[in-house]
Ligand binder design. Structure first.
Ligand code: ZN
Length: 397
């Protein structure tokens, strides 16, 4: 993983050289009555174990698609069209690609061609390719400032992994043309591997619309909770989230975040779900982080720490926030490094050491680690946060 992360710095936004091999964990595609198909574990995976690392069947990077980057929508539409055309070209000459495109689910009308009836026809319709991309395409995050959305691609085996907003046990990560599926919780033999396709801190209507594109309605704990809460609470929450977004959009180099406003937004969001544990209220995550950062910028480290800690607890429950957990654990560590033993209530050195290990675990769960290699996380930290490693190394001795 570290080699691929390093290579992605040398070859940004392009396919990695062919000597980077795919990683095949022990998994199998299984039919689930009434639900379609899913990917199941044939071995135990511990948190941080790489389950699979796959090259894209086809991927479109922002550079090659977004010639008109002025509008997010336009570039997304363009990326979609590029991927469709490129897959059609591949499928016209490559029988294996065609077979995979027939075997993947292409939406309610076209379904998939599998089992005994599967036969690789000489051609494949654009409608099927479009359906396959809609249901199975993965959109990566932007990798550069100013980019409107990241790479968009199709990966074969990961396409069989089902979604759950709150019970996901694995994490996905796109690095150049690779996708990595990493165990984020203990996965036993026979367990279904579940990821989350979306971030659950978006308004319910947005999430529902995104998941409908994948051809299902989510019945996870969080989505059911929101359906039960009813229209009035959802509308109140949407108003608060819109106020939050407006404020964040207005933050610039000469306009600092408003601590009081962020605090009141956070309290209002907590109040709407006051009878439930914080981990079941993903909407508080972003305001909590922004407030923590605002306090950090004002050197109020002791006030920022509990906010970051609460946010990390939430991230540990909801695996799709693994990358956020890494950022937050680095933030807590920086808070402590900015404090001195006199102005912390706990044993300073022990606290720092504990947070270094907490950060290591976050990095391993986000990026994965080669089994038995306890040092790989150091390399990843050095890539992400140059200089921090040398600052914390004395505490590890
Ligand atoms: Zn859900």
């Amino acid at each position: 993983m570290l080699e691929i992360l390093k290579a992605s710095k040398i070859f940004p936004n392009q396919r990695l050289p062919s000597h980077f091999l795919e990683i095949e964990g022990k998994v199998s595609v299984v039919c689930i009555p009434g639900k379609g198909r899913g990917l199941f574990a044939k071995q135990v995976f511990n948190p941080g174990d790489l389950i699979i690392g796959h090259r894209a069947l086809e991927i479109i990077f922002p550079d090659s698609a977004a010639t008109v980057p002025s509008s997010i929508l336009l570039s997304r539409v363009k990326r979609f069209r590029c991927l469709k055309e490129s897959l059609a070209k591949l499928a016209s000459t490559d029988e294996e690609v065609r077979r995979k495109l027939y075997f993947l689910h292409a939406g309610p009308k076209l379904g998939f061609v599998g089992g005994d009836e599967r036969e690789v026809k000489k051609s494949i319709s654009l409608a099927r390719i479009e359906g396959v991309i809609l249901v199975n395409g993965f959109q990566g995050p932007s990798t550069r400032v100013g980019e409107t959305g990241g790479p968009f691609g199709l990966w074969y085996l990961p396409s069989f992994i089902n979604h759950d907003c709150s019970r996901a046990n694995a994490n996905w990560n796109i690095v150049n043309d690779f996708i990595f599926i990493i165990a984020a919780k203990q996965i036993c033999v026979g367990d279904e591997i579940l990821i989350s396709y979306i971030d659950p801190d978006q308004p319910y209507a947005v999430r529902n619309e995104l998941l409908l594109k994948h051809d299902f309605i989510c019945t996870c704990k969080l989505c059911n909770l929101e359906r039960d809460e009813g229209e009035s609470i959802r509308r109140q929450r949407d108003t608060i989230l819109a106020k939050f977004k407006n404020h964040v959009d207005s933050i610039s180099s000469n306009f600092l975040p408003d601590v009081q406003l962020l605090s009141s937004i956070l309290e209002e969001l907590k109040f709407l779900r006051r009878d439930l544990p914080l981990e079941e209220n993903p909407f508080v995550l972003q305001p909590m982080m922004q407030l923590g950062l605002a306090l950090f910028e004002r050197n109020k480290y002791n006030e920022a720490i509990p906010l970051f800690e609460d946010a990390i607890k939430l991230c540990r429950r909801l695996i799709q926030f693994s990358s956020v957990a890494t950022t937050l654990s680095i933030a807590v560590l920086k808070c402590y490094l900015n404090l001195t033993p006199e102005n912390t209530s706990t044993n300073y050195e022990v606290t720092i050491k504990n947070w270094i290990y907490a950060m290591r675990d976050c990095i391993i769960i986000q990026y994965g680690s080669r089994q038995g290699d306890d040092d790989e996380w150091r390399g990843i930290l050095e890539l992400r946060m140059p200089g921090l490693l040398s600052q914390i190394e004395p505490y590890l001795k």
